[in-house]
Design a binder for this molecule. Structure first.
Ligand code: WTA
Length: 659
């Protein structure tokens, strides 16, 4: 149905945008016919200390060859913080680089490029004084405050690698990320604010540091956000503001190779613990900056608001690196969409005259449920381009966003990309590509998106298959921290010679891509990637659990929600009443509340093949009530398990999702 709908390029956008249909066609041609000169030309958008002479090199290997080496602009040198700050000082040093809007309405801050430069340099000096140097990892565990952006750029300034951790992670999640990255220093806060509540970040960080024991970083900087009194460990913990104020406001930037690491960001995969996706300096920054400008039709001085948390890749590329590299004003919002009352986001847009607005389908779907008068009460006339990311957007949400928020005046860009891609990949360029609600439309120049069937055959024309990218682009992740073998295994061995995204997609007769969602065991809950294996490991740490299987089921609001089938010791029948709720809470404590399953079913056994593999397909059907269509169950080792699963499920329907 939605395929019938098409929204043509707005003439006023086509007339003024830096990229229109004609220039996009030229870019596409240039990128495919003459990639090296094309990318070297694109590289001019950055300030280099030494301009590169080489564009892309290396490759994805292929059948029988598992050498994956990706490198861009290898002989160029630059500094990411210089690109985000110093290079704007002469032309717009006094203009606003960052607006911070606190959860408390009266709390706002405006920092010019000079102000931000000053703070970044001071912190860079503090980091150096605490033994952090080139290549060292610095972990941050912070709420949405100015210091979080300052920390990222201060690392970039001295060549340290930032490892930003979402403030919703549990202490164990924090500990495992610090351990894996061997971070030398941690920056955290006394507390975070969320929806009127306080999050005891320092207490949680302390628990993580205790868990780490000797592997804990020797220094911890503590930002005072709420001013709460928190215990400070003598010699280890330092007050952030005191050190920063005492530090010198100048710090010469390190000259970094384009391929030197800039950041590690942990993300969930279908197996094992979260993996440290590594991005390097030149290619990543180029990709963040190019895509931000092209896709949001960004102009200098624009106010850009990406609602993503800094703990996810969207926050990295479109709160920090893209907008600041482009000399824009980035808005950092501490709060949530409807606190203290519905319509808060719309008030923020009006108050700060936001031009580009980038958010997630989950949030749009939640906001659609408010009284229509709430969004109608806002002016929203500063908006020019609206964007969506993180999960498939249904046509209904797309249309609401377009009409109610964009007043049928702003293009809605649905952008498909991943932590591993560094920035947007399949997305309509608003001055050039017509939009169809629910479709991420066409790949950006230089991105060869292909669909393959189960056997790895590349499909032509209208087709449905697994989404792969044929050949590298500058923003691509280079490796997984400390485990290149896993990098190769995860992304390049399923279809040798191609990067496999883990997503399925359909392509229509116009060549438009429609992302259908993950085809592996990654579950996308409210745009957060959660690996089923991760949740299953968390269950396994509970004494009552002998085994579990976690799946994603469709959810009207969250896109997908987590359902867990748990085999308990002593049998499901004998389990105490409240065990299901306790198990869900246990997972929340282990991983963070965002990963607590919505549905827990206690079962006596899991449906397994004779070789012991859990048949998740069957669990999905049972969880969604489609047990009439279980499909082929002949490979089950014990077919009687189905009846017992159905019985457990019926019990849950009576008792409620988590008991
Ligand atoms: C999903 C977030 C449909 C997809 C930037 C991908 C999407 C995963 C879209 C990456 C979209 C992201 N339409 N699905 N526009 N954007 N996804 O690493 O499954 O947190 O693989 O990066 O989100 O999530 P990640």
């Amino acid at each position: 149905m939605s395929e019938e709908l098409i929204f043509h390029v707005k003439p006023h956008i086509a007339a003024s945008a830096s990229v229109n249909a004609k220039s996009l066609a030229l870019m596409n041609n240039h990128a495919s016919l003459d990639p090296d000169p094309f990318w070297l030309e694109q590289a001019r958008r950055l300030d280099w200390m030494r301009f590169p002479t080489i564009a892309g090199s290396g490759g994805f290997g292929g059948p029988g060859d598992e050498t994956v080496e990706i490198s861009w602009f290898a002989d160029g040198t630059l500094n990411a913080s210089v690109n985000c700050l110093d290079r704007h000082l002469a032309s717009r040093g006094d203009e606003t680089a960052l607006i911070w809007q606190g959860e408390i309405e009266a709390q706002t801050a405006r920092l010019s490029f000079h102000d931000l430069h000053d703070k970044v340099c001071r912190l860079a000096n503090v980091l150096k004084a605490h033994g952090v140097g080139r290549g060292d990892r610095v972990a941050t565990y912070l709420p949405m405050v100015v210091e979080s952006v300052v920390a990222m750029l201060a690392c970039a300034r001295i060549g340290a690698v930032h490892v930003v951790m979402f403030a919703g992670f549990s202490p164990s999640g924090v500990a495992s990320r610090i351990r894996d990255s061997a971070a030398r220093l941690l920056i955290t806060a006394d507390e975070g604010r969320r929806g009127g509540k306080r999050i005891p970040l320092k207490t949680m960080a302390d628990a993580a540091l205790d868990e780490l024991g000797d592997a804990a970083p020797p220094h911890v900087l503590v930002v005072s956000v709420t001013g709460a009194a928190v215990p400070m460990k003598q010699g280890r913990d330092h007050d952030f503001a005191t050190l920063v104020e005492a530090a010198a406001p100048d710090c010469a930037p390190e000259e970094m190779g384009a391929e030197d690491p800039l950041l590690i960001l942990y993300t969930s995969g279908s197996t094992g613990a979260p993996k440290g996706v590594l991005h390097t300096t030149g290619g990543y920054l180029l990709w963040a900056s190019l895509t931000h400008e092209m896709v949001f039709d960004h102009r200098p001085g624009d106010v850009f608001w990406c609602t993503a948390d800094l703990g996810w890749v969207t926050g990295h590329s479109y709160v920090v690196y893209g907008p600041l590299a482009n000399g824009g004003t980035t808005l950092v919002f501490e709060g949530t969409p409807s606190f203290p009352s519905p319509g808060r986001w719309w008030q923020v847009i009006d108050k700060h005259a936001v031009n580009g607005f980038y958010t997630a389908p989950t949030a749009i779907r939640a906001l659609m449920r408010d009284d229509p008068a709430v969004v109608d009460a806002a002016r929203l006339d500063s908006l020019r381009v609206l964007g969506s990311v993180g999960e498939p957007i249904n046509a209904e949400a797309w249309l609401w966003f377009y009409e109610k928020v964009g007043h049928a005046r702003c293009p809605v860009i649905d952008s498909w990309w991943q932590t591993e891609t560094g920035g947007m990949m399949i997305v309509p360029v608003p001055g050039a590509v017509a939009q169809k609600p629910g479709s991420a439309t066409l790949p950006l120049p230089g991105v060869r998106a292909v669909l393959v069937d189960e056997k790895g055959q590349v499909l032509d024309g209208a087709a449905e298959g697994h989404l792969c990218i044929d050949g590298s682009w500058p923003g691509q992740a280079r490796t997984l921290w400390g485990d290149h073998g896993r990098f190769v295994q995860t992304y390049f061995t399923t279809y040798p010679g191609l990067y496999f995204s883990g997503d399925g997609a359909r392509r229509d007769a116009d060549g438009y891509f429609w992302i259908t969602g993950r085809v592996d065991d990654v579950i996308n809950v409210s745009g957060h990637r959660i690996g089923s294996a991760e949740v299953e490991s968390a269950f396994a740490t509970h004494a009552a659990v002998s085994e579990s299987a976690v799946i994603g089921v469709p959810d009207d609001l969250k896109g997908q929600s987590l359902a867990a089938f748990v085999v308990v010791r002593g049998g499901a029948a004998a389990a105490p009443q409240d065990l299901r709720g306790e198990l869900a809470a246990h997972v929340g404590r282990q991983l963070g509340r965002y990963a607590a399953p919505d549905l827990v079913v206690l079962v006596s056994d899991l449906p397994k093949t004779r070789s012991g593999k859990v048949m998740r397909r069957i669990l999905r059907k049972i969880a969604t009530g489609e047990h009439e269509q279980l499909g082929d169950v002949s490979t089950l080792a014990d077919p009687s398990v189905i009846d017992s699963l159905l019985e457990s499920m019926a019990g849950v329907r009576n008792a409620g999702p988590t008991g």
